[in-house]
Design a protein around this ligand. Structure first.
Ligand code: IPD
Ligand code: CA
Ligand code: CA
Ligand code: CA
Length: 257
């Protein structure tokens, strides 16, 4: 895609995200319909559905030939990353959305022939929109975001995931012991945004494509690294443990895992 086309799309998508946020905030004042998907810890609400419907419709209007992979199933069956592929998580941290009315995000990522191109993470209640990509830079609420310092694991806070920590998968407890301490938010989007902002040196969690699609675009644009726990590249159409970190923290973590 030409840079000016990416720039225009980036501006339009930021408007879409702002509209989506306003709609989600308005719905928070009304009765929520909450359903269990696979367990009592895996929830979906009417707002997840309505926001996904809205985002998918807006993306289709902006990019009619694109394929859209969306968590709640509104999009397409996407089997390869050829062409334009948008990946949508309408509410990330649904458990927080339901029980805290706080600490949840909306996320959208665009890949063109597999190349990370545009990403959006909107921390709805903090009103922080991280937006952009490798060609246009990354902004936080419209202001250019500087790349975070390349801080090592021993000098920073580490974004953990509760299941991996409890089960000590990937030597999570040793990783944390080496860091300044763990932080757990219950929203991949918010934890990844904290890595973007330099508040965490890394985040490791078992993630599905929509949990890290936007974050990967933004993180790599800021010189952070996104990989599997063996250091191999991530696959955007499969789920697994994903590490998003500074270069130095990644090196330390891969040596522990
Ligand atoms: C979940 C959150 C959570 C992470 C889970 C995700 P959802 O997303 O990001 O922090 O640990 O793996 O599934 O289902 O609320 O969009
Ligand atoms: Ca979910
Ligand atoms: Ca979700
Ligand atoms: Ca999610």
């Amino acid at each position: 895609m030409q840079t000016n086309v990416v720039k225009q799309l980036n501006q339009k998508m930021q408007v879409v995200m702002q509209t989506a946020r306003a709609q989600v905030l308005a719905k928070m004042g009304t009765h929520l319909t909450v359903a269990e998907k696979t367990s009592r810890r895996d929830l979906v609400t009417n707002v997840d559905h309505s926001n996904e419907d809205f985002l998918v419709r807006q993306i289709r209007a902006l990019d009619p030939v694109a394929k859209i992979l969306a968590e709640e199933g509104t999009g397409d069956q996407v089997t390869d990353m050829n062409g334009h592929v948008w990946i949508v998580d309408p509410i990330d941290g649904t458990m927080n959305f339901v029980h805290q009315r706080n600490h949840f995000a909306m996320m959208v990522g665009l890949y063109v022939d597999g190349k990370p191109t545009l990403g959006y993470i909107f921390d709805v209640m903090a009103n922080k929109l991280y937006a952009g990509g490798p060609e246009v830079g990354v902004t936080l609420n419209g202001e250019l975001l500087a790349a975070p310092a390349d801080v090592d694991l021993s000098a920073g806070l580490f974004g953990a995931s509760a299941p991996l920590l409890i089960q000590d998968r990937f030597n999570m407890q040793t990783i944390i012991a080496k860091s300044l301490g763990p932080r757990i938010m219950g929203s991949a989007g918010i934890q990844i945004s904290q890595v973007l902002a330099g508040e965490l040196v890394g985040y490791l969690s078992y993630l599905r494509p929509w949990d890290f699609a936007a974050g990967r675009v933004l993180a790599e644009s800021l010189g952070l690294v996104v990989s599997r726990v063996d250091g191999n590249p991530v696959n955007m159409l499969s789920s697994g443990a994903v590490l998003i970190a500074t270069k130095r923290a990644q090196r330390s973590i891969l040596a522990i895992v």
